[in-house]
Design a protein around this ligand. Structure first.
Ligand SMILES: Nc1ncnc2c1ncn2[C@@H]1O[C@H](COP(=O)(O)OP(=O)(O)OP(=O)(O)O)[C@@H](O)[C@H]1O
Ligand SMILES: [Mg+2]
Length: 282
């Protein structure tokens, strides 16, 4: 498999009133083309900071420019000037945040959020852009998307907003989808539906995915590899678990698979047994 991205010794510090805090300390992993990498770890351990660091989105101050390397097709994203980093963020690596309103503009209609990007970056005319926008929204499971293009984000439910944020990220047909707990705030049923839709989208687009999550089942269901982060502060990678389950994956069948249960147990054991001991010892 071709290596798409290599994260090497990624380290991000914040300078706060209480002193310097290492939010992420020496994280390294390799992402292959078409692979889905899950990132799990306890709340506050540094999962989001890791994702924001890759995208060059750490606020300065209080943050330092992240150290280490993020090699994307051989180019170090951390060394690119901000204007080039913005281009990568726009087209090659698209991020979806935990709160959909971080990804969406509240004063633009759902249609415009997507058509503006299609017109601006892909040079489509208005009619082409509206047709493509409706297609993208249908792909993320918004029924009768054509009739909802003129609605605003506040007229949508949380799950629908997250679907729109995902559709917005798919505009550029990005090579990497970087998802930071995008389904974290949703009820279990909506989350399950969106996970299934994501599985279908990834199968159709062959996207490479980095998915931050605190949900053990979500991590095992979606990932080929799970990076398990140690507790913060100064979080790093504790273990990497290879999830060798075939695709397409079906949640109902997997629920009874001993292999699935084995992976699930390995993640639970890492998070709640071994990391719990680390916390106690500290
Ligand atoms: N802008 C900032 N300034 C100072 N410290 C920060 C800043 N952003 C994050 N941190 C600190 O970095 C650490 C990691 O935070 P991060 O948001 O990455 O956690 P997380 O693993 O994503 O947690 P959660 O699962 O709750 O989303 C935390 O201790 C947090 O307080
Ligand atoms: Mg987070």
């Amino acid at each position: 498999m071709t290596v798409l991205m290599e994260v090497k010794d990624l380290t991000t510090r914040f300078h706060t009133d209480e002193g310097t805090v290492y939010a992420v300390n020496g994280v390294s992993y390799t992402l292959h083309e078409g692979e889905t990498l899950g990132v799990v770890g306890e709340s506050g351990c540094g999962k989001s900071v890791h994702a924001l660091s890759i995208m060059g989105l750490i606020p300065k101050p209080p943050g330092d420019i992240p150290k280490g390397e993020v090699l994307f097709r051989g180019r170090d994203l951390l060394k690119l000037p901000p204007s080039k980093q913005r281009l990568v963020r726009g087209a090659e690596i698209a991020m979806v945040f935990q709160d959909p309103m971080t990804s969406l503009n509240p004063v633009l209609t759902i249609g415009r959020q997507i058509t503006e990007a299609l017109r601006l970056h892909l040079g489509m005319d208005n009619a082409q852009a509206r047709t493509r926008a409706a297609e993208l929204l249908a792909m993320v499971g918004i029924p009768s998307a054509k009739d909802r293009l003129d609605d605003y984000p506040h007229q949508f439910s949380g799950g629908m907003r997250q679907r729109v944020a995902l559709a917005r990220a798919l505009v550029h047909d990005p090579e990497v989808l970087l998802l930071d707990e995008p389904f974290g705030a949703l009820d279990a049923l909506t989350r399950a539906k969106l996970q299934d839709e994501l599985l279908a989208i990834v199968a159709a687009t062959q996207s490479t995915v980095v998915m931050v999550t605190h949900d053990v089942d979500e991590a095992v269901l979606l990932s080929d590899k799970i990076v398990m982060m140690t507790n913060g502060p100064s979080a790093t990678i504790g273990e990497v678990l290879s999830v060798e389950l075939g695709r397409p994956r079906n949640r109902v069948e997997l629920a009874e698979s001993t292999q699935y249960l084995h992976y699930r147990k390995a993640v639970i054991d890492f998070l709640y047994t071994r990391q719990a001991h680390v916390e106690k010892a500290a």
